[in-house]
Design a protein around this ligand. Structure first.
Ligand code: HEC
Length: 207
């Protein structure tokens, strides 16, 4: 499911960019007649592509494991994509070359950012799979920090203060894997859950 959305997203974004580049080139080179013909011809495909772009984009964003230090890249990308839309609409409507070029720049820029963001995420994910001494900390940051904070005291969304917990490693491992009421199970394996629990036990509990 996720893979399917991801491939569709990459495909429609590529098609979207292609349409965009062609339209911008036509506008910049004063081929207004051709531009109008082209826009008319691709009106329906463009609508379908934009809709799929949006749907798959929203779906993929909702699946993102937030809490990584690279998340700011994602927000910049989002702002760039959404800023480019009205700029493009006005640019093409008024045949304003500067606005059209600017919106193309924003949208290709965000495409580049998406690449960088994906790579950084992949690096984090690889780190999380290879056991090292710091794994407990990294896994905690990726999966728990959002609600419990760095020091366990954040208590976002009703989360318990982990510095004050009386649970032992085994009980924590259980709650990490299975979740409890509004705390979701973490997407980690047994070994990783053990490492997180050990880190909470030695690095956060009682501090
Ligand atoms: C979406 C927010 C959220 C995330 C993410 C989250 N927790 Fe929690 N956590 C909670 C909430 C809410 C509770 C209280 C649940 C209850 O008692 O009903 C809780 C309770 C706990 C408890 C029990 C503490 C006690 O003394 O009762 C532990 C231990 C714990 N979390 C550890 C973790 C660890 C480790 C992670 C990362 C793998 C994590 N949590 C991720 C929200 C979260």
């Amino acid at each position: 499911m996720y893979k399917g959305f991801l491939h569709t997203h990459v495909l429609v974004v590529t098609l979207f960019l292609l349409l965009y580049v062609i339209k911008t080139i036509l506008l910049l080179s004063n081929r207004t007649d051709l531009l109008q013909k082209f826009s008319k011809m691709f009106r329906i495909p463009e609508m379908i592509i934009s809709t799929l772009f949006l749907i798959t984009g929203v779906y993929l964003s909702l699946q993102l494991p937030f809490g990584s230090k690279y998340d700011y890249l994602f927000w910049i990308k989002l702002v760039m994509v959404f800023a480019s839309i009205p700029i493009a609409v006005i640019g093409f409507k008024k045949s304003n070359k500067i606005l059209a070029a600017l919106s193309l720049l924003l949208i290709t820029g965000s495409y580049g950012l998406a690449e960088v963001y994906g790579k950084k995420k992949a690096i984090v994910a690889v780190d999380a799979n290879a056991p090292t001494a710091n794994d407990g900390v990294a896994l905690y940051e990726a999966n728990c920090k959002l609600c419990h904070g760095d020091n366990g005291k954040a208590m976002m969304a009703g989360a318990k203060d982990l510095s004050a917990t009386t649970m032992d490693v085994a009980a924590m491992k259980e709650i990490i894997l299975k979740g409890k009421t509004t705390m979701p199970p973490a997407p980690v394996n047994e070994e990783q859950a053990q490492m997180i629990a050990e880190y909470v036990n030695s690095g956060i509990k009682g501090k």
